[in-house]
Write a protein that binds this ligand. Sequence first.
Ligand SMILES: Cc1cc2nc3c(=O)[nH]c(=O)nc-3n(C[C@H](O)[C@H](O)[C@H](O)COP(=O)(O)OP(=O)(O)OC[C@H]3O[C@@H](n4cnc5c(N)ncnc54)[C@H](O)[C@@H]3O)c2cc1C
Length: 459
Amino acid sequence: MSAPAVNTFDIVILGGGSGGYACALRAAELGLSVALVEKGKLGGTCLHMGCIPTKALLHAAEVADTAREGEQFGVKTTFESVDMSGVNAYKDGVVGRLYKGLQGLVKSKSIEYVEGEGRLVAKNVVEVAGRQLTGKNVVLATGSYAKTLPGLDISGKIMTSDQALFLDHVPARVVVLGGGVIGVEFASVFKSFGSEVTIIEALPRLVAPEDEAISKQLERSFRKRKINFKTGVSFSGATQSGDVVHVSLETGETIEADLLLVAVGRGPVSAGLGYEAAGVTVDRGYVLANERCQTNVEGIYAVGDIVPGLQLAHRGFAQGIFVAEHVAGLNPPVIDEMGIPRVTYCDPEIASVGYTETQAREKFGEVETYDYNLGGNGKSQILQTQGFVKLVRQKDGPVVGVHMIGARMGEQVGEAMLIYNWEALPSDVAQLIHAHPTQSEALGEAHLALAGKPLHAHA
Ligand SMILES: Cc1cc2nc3c(=O)[nH]c(=O)nc-3n(C[C@H](O)[C@H](O)[C@H](O)COP(=O)(O)OP(=O)(O)OC[C@H]3O[C@@H](n4cnc5c(N)ncnc54)[C@H](O)[C@@H]3O)c2cc1C
């Protein structure tokens, strides 16, 4: 006879995405009893519909461009075509291996993994298919969904990233609605795959939350890549006839496309899950939580995309770990949202951490900035990429913002993240030695210059 199921845990987690599973793994490591409830696939958006599959597409896009541009490096290559079944097999293979690994990891810990749609039915009880799981603590981690605009139905050739990840062909003409992170990443992929791409963005610039200089450089690079974009322009509607989408703008202009990608942001998954009935404060669907991820109801925490702030997988991981450690009584340090690194993986890549110049001026008053052009960086020249590293420091104080753009610059964000979080002065970084020739030298050189001793740069 099998043992009766235990239904009381130290932590019950609703949602097995980045935030939820990180919390479960850390809690189990700390010896807490954990139930993890997931209605879909363990790993959530990031693994199955977000970070990983999109970055595989972006890598395939880079390979396509490398094939096209061999001549530039004296290598005779020709680009033939993109075979989407091959691209999807590669992408799905990457996701599948990581999924298997994650399932194995969860299985190897003493985590009660409960499949099914859960609902908060009392302050400390999650119900799944008639089974009631009682938690001394409950963690809400139900994530987010791709939003659309009122009156714009997702069907046929009008899609969100959820459908666009599984295309079986390369569409000839793509309109991307939204010039944020997801929009510019897909625009970059489609262009490299051979589509004609137009981005429509209502705000005055692409990647608007980034430093203004970054948006300008991205727009310059996209112009060079012949990615069309219209900023400060509102969308007014779209109709489909046959396989063609007619996209109308408020200017009166209509654009024909074979695919309209709606990338207007992601909304919280919280409706109908019993959060409000349990007394949890919810604002436009988002669960409000303090810097310790605590909601207004004692013992209920919230992590990841359902909490207002950066919708990034590593923020979810960090919050999940934080909650586990907090419940275990380890008193972990609170997370500084500004210290969370941000990468946009289009070509060229954007990487940043901390305050933009405008935000820093508002927060700290007087600031100093320095732009180190990648024209002076050997490795960037070898890669034939353009861009810069921009530093923002408090006047006579630490570096409070690092903003980078250029091929592969996402890989430099780790050092930038340490510089910001360790409140480094330019002189602290200037004395550290960066390997030559690497793109990390650009960060080193920017700090040398800001410390008053530029090497391959003018002061
Ligand atoms: C196209 C795209 C690209 C992205 N690229 C990046 C990137 O490069 N880097 C990055 O950091 N972030 C990226 N993100 C964002 C990242 O995916 C999210 O920030 C992250 O997945 C949020 O984690 P989460 O745990 O809050 O939510 P999710 O990952 O959405 O997980 C929530 C989980 O809860 C489950 N769930 C929901 N309701 C219930 C219920 N009632 N019962 C049981 N289970 C439930 C869902 O099935 C899901 O598995 C990307 C997102 C998209 C869409």
